[in-house]
Every structure is written in C-alpha cells, then in structure tokens.
Design a protein around this ligand. Structure first.
Ligand code: AMP
Ligand code: TRP
Length: 338
C-alpha cells in the first residue's frame, strides 16, 4: 500500500483534461492505497481571483470530485488551507532551497507571461508548497498530468536537500556482517501519468485543454454545449480521420473518443475510414455526452444535500491534520526549532 497525494487548484469547473489526465488515476488508486486528494486553495491564490468566485470554485471542485467517483470512505478529501501545516513546511522548504531552482520552473515562466500584472512571490514559491503538500504525508505516488513533472522533480530535489541537511542521524553500529540501510527521512516521490496523459484544447491543439471558454469541455457542460464545442472544434488539413504527428487536432479528438468510449484509437480509425468529419464529430459528441451523463446525475443529487460538502471537507481535515502535525514536529526537532 503506497501513500498517494494529489491536488487541483480551485480555478473553475473541472474539465475532461483534468479527468483524463489525472483524476481517472485517482479513482483507480483510492481502493488500493492510502490516498489524500486536495483542493489546493493556497495555490489558487497565486493567480488573479475574486473572493466570491474562489469560494464558489472550491465548492464546485469538491462536488466534481465526489461526482466523478472519489469516495470519502476510501480517500481523504481535504481543502489545503484547512491543514495549515502544509504552509509551515512550505516555508521551511523555501528557506533551504536556492531561488534559482524556482526561477527555472516552466510553469512559473508561463504564469508570469500570462499575468504580467500579478507576478507575486507565491507564484515563485509555488513548488515549495506543492512539495510540502506531498512530503508532509511522506507520500510516494503522485497521480498528475504531464505538465506537473518539473514540479515533481523539484519535490525530489527539496526532499534530498532536507535529508542531506537534517536527515536521519548516522545509523547505530550493527552486529558484524549486517548491512546498514540508511532510511531517508523524506522518501523519493514518483509521478503517475495516465495513458491519455495530455488532452489538448479544442481550438488550438498545440495548447493543453484548459478551463477557458470553448477550449475545453467541462464535466458539467450540458449535452448541447458539448455538441456545439465538438462541432466547432479545430480539425487538421486533409480528410482522413487518423492520428499522427501531422494531425494534432485529430489525434486529440481520437484520444478523447477512445478514452470516453473505451475503444482503441486504431479501431476508431478503421471504423471512420472513408467517412467525413461531420459524422465523426457527431458520434464523438454523443460518446462524450453519454460518458458525462452519470457524472452529472450524481452531481445534481449531491448539490441537493445541504452541508454535505462542508462535512466531507471538515472530516477530511480532521483525519489529515494529525498526520501532518506529526511530520512537522519531526522536521522541527531535526532542525533545532524545538
Ligand atoms: P490544474 O487544472 O492546472 O490545476 O490541473 C489539475 C490536474 O489536471 C493536474 O494534475 C494537471 O496535470 C491535470 N491537467 C490539467 N489540464 C490537463 C490537460 N489538458 N491534459 C491532461 N491533464 C491535465
Ligand atoms: N500544481 C498542481 C496543478 O497545477 C496542483 C497541486 C498543488 C498538486 N499541490 C499538489 C498536485 C500536490 C499534486 C500534488 O495542477
């Protein structure tokens, strides 16, 4: 049984990219492993936000988590700011890491280009808090999308640095002949990617699917919205319905089709040989609508249960906090803070 941690920023409704790129794995992991999944609200405030919208988005993401099948009986669901120990450990990590490690992170560069008016210190320190999210539970497995790999690498660099600076004391001498195993304080962390790995924007297949406008399909989009977005999705030149490096838009649409229907891409290519884009897109839209239907049905039921989301998040924090406090106490002792 591994310890698993992952999180999503509450920046809007979840979309198919989040689901196929990350959450699909969470659902598979929850029954077999020790999982904590978070709504990382402190990461959410590193880009521009409105308080009322943020409050609403935290709730939306929680509802989406539950609607797609995360089960509080199996996995612990938390709102990051309810476990403030993450931030304390994040500060410690910032204090032992060189600034240069953070300046070269690709998402930092992307974010400052996107919001030149809001280049805040939190944005730079973002990966230190993410490392704290993961390491405070000594998690070893992090199911995320491909874009998060540089953050996971940095998490391992920070863990190694901490271990090197303050890690376990030299092991006690053992009886002759027995090997010494040095147990590191923070374990190495591995990212777990899904097969679909990266879902691209419907408007520009060079960009990843995001929460904005018609670029992505939200898990709560109505059937008509789904049909319209797919109908107006960009395609490639030529007529063939085929995946390949020269067909980024169709590769993306075929990946989505295959993921939501469970039909391999090769089989879909054969099925649509000689057929037009219109027919392909109409069928794809129906496959997506069918896939989303049970999720949306469950979401509607959950929305009606007053106080349910709050209850799940508060019991999540109650089980996660003692674990976080334990690690933080050990860290503080090792560093001479206690
Ligand atoms: P975000 O919405 O950026 O907080 O991302 C939440 C999770 O979904 C992360 O693990 C991302 O890597 C993953 N993710 C976001 N967008 C995509 C996408 N278009 N394709 C695959 N995974 C994604
Ligand atoms: N950086 C992640 C994203 O943008 C969100 C995140 C914050 C996260 N802390 C994490 C993901 C810890 C995995 C583990 O999607």
């Amino acid at each position: 049984m591994s310890k698993v941690f992952s999180g999503i920023r509450p920046s809007g409704l979840l979309h198919l990219g989040n689901y196929l790129g990350a959450i699909k794995n969470w659902i598979a992991l929850q029954a077999k492993h020790d999982c904590i999944f978070a709504i990382v609200d402190y990461h959410g405030i590193t880009t521009p936000f409105e308080p009322d919208e943020l409050r609403q988005n935290i709730r939306e993401v929680a509802l989406d988590y539950l609607a797609v099948g995360l089960d509080p009986k199996h996995a612990t669901l938390i709102q990051q700011s309810h476990v403030p120990e993450h931030v304390e450990l994040g500060w410690i990590f910032q204090s032992i890491s060189p600034v240069s490690w953070f300046e070269r992170v690709p998402t930092y560069k992307e974010k400052i280009a996107q919001h030149p008016e809001y280049v805040n210190l939190g944005l730079l320190a973002y990966p230190a808090l993410m490392a704290a999210d993961i390491l405070i539970y000594k998690s070893t497995l992090v199911p995320v999308g491909e874009d998060q790999l540089p953050h996971i690498e940095l998490t391992n660099d920070i863990a190694k640095r901490f271990n090197h600076m303050f890690g376990s004391p030299p092991p006690l001498p053992l009886p002759k002949g027995e090997g010494r195993v040095r147990v590191e304080f923070f374990p190495p962390v591995k990212a777990l990617l899904t097969e679909g790995a990266r879902i691209m924007s419907l408007k520009d297949p060079r960009k990843k699917m995001s929460k904005t406008g018609d670029e992505g399909i939200a898990l709560s989009d109505t059937p008509d919205e789904v049909r319209r977005k797919i109908k107006t999705a960009t395609t490639d030149s030529g007529r063939e319905i085929k995946a390949g490096d020269d067909k980024p838009a169709l590769t993306n649409l075929l990946t989505i089709y295959s993921e939501v229907s469970g039909t391999p891409i090769k089989k879909l290519e054969t099925q649509y040989k000689g057929k037009g884009y219109a027919e392909f897109k109409a069928d794809l839209a129906e496959a997506v609508v069918e896939f989303l239907e049970p999720i949306q049905k469950r979401r509607k039921e959950l929305e009606k249960k007053r106080g349910y989301v709050e209850e799940i998040l508060s019991s999540g924090a109650a089980s996660a906090r003692p674990l976080a406090q334990k690690t933080l106490l050990e860290v503080k002792k090792k560093m001479g803070l206690i």
